[in-house]
Design a protein around this ligand. Sequence first.
Ligand SMILES: C[S@@+](CC[C@H](N)C(=O)[O-])C[C@H]1O[C@@H](n2cnc3c(N)ncnc32)[C@H](O)[C@@H]1O
Length: 223
Amino acid sequence: MTIQTWTADLAAEQAMEDGHDLYWNRMIDLVAEPDLGAARVLDFGCNQGAFLRLLYARKPFAYGLGVDIARAAVEVAQHRRGSEPVDYRVVGELDEVAEVFDVAFSHEVAYLIEDIAAHARAIHARLVPGGVYYAAIGCHTDNPAWPEWSVEIPKMSNLPVFGRSLAQYADAFATAGFEVTARPFGLGDRFLRMDESEHPSRDYAERLAYVERVKTLFRLVRC
Ligand SMILES: C[S@@+](CC[C@H](N)C(=O)[O-])C[C@H]1O[C@@H](n2cnc3c(N)ncnc32)[C@H](O)[C@@H]1O
């Protein structure tokens, strides 16, 4: 299955992209691998492709592939491609991807996947032994705002959302053959914008607590 856009239209996809820049930078801060120079990198749920371009600018890699089921977003990603060694592809199922990778990322995609066990197996199959999957997940049922978000997000998403606890994510990845570690996403030395971009809630204390304590970065090492 593929869709045209994840949000209503490309303007809304762009607004999401603008709001995610801070999080992507923070995720890159937290990449433990000192050098990705020889790495093949996958961005699962790449939308308009900006994360891989940012990653390449900060930590150059050998090859990157961004995949997404949103056709118009991937088209934008393809148009925006510069001289980076990056491809973007519309992919309904990861089975369609033949390449293998050293490092994979997904930022806020896991809660849109119905069968997380199958996703864990599919990423496992596309990582080399010792390969690492960084999965950022703020939309989970341990999030105190989840009862509200699980109602609000589907209003702007062309896909349904699936509520799972952090423990359920951890179990799914462990069962698929990953060594599972995780940490609060946090801000490090970065500052969060206190305006209405990106975050559904206008409660600023909640917003800060969300990044520091709720949003979680899994680091999953393929055994
Ligand atoms: C919340 S957006 C996040 C996009 C991007 N990772 C970011 O950080 O801005 C979720 C993205 O995941 C994509 N997506 C959802 N389910 C997917 C699937 N099964 N395979 C590939 N992409 C998927 C959506 O189309 C959308 O672009």
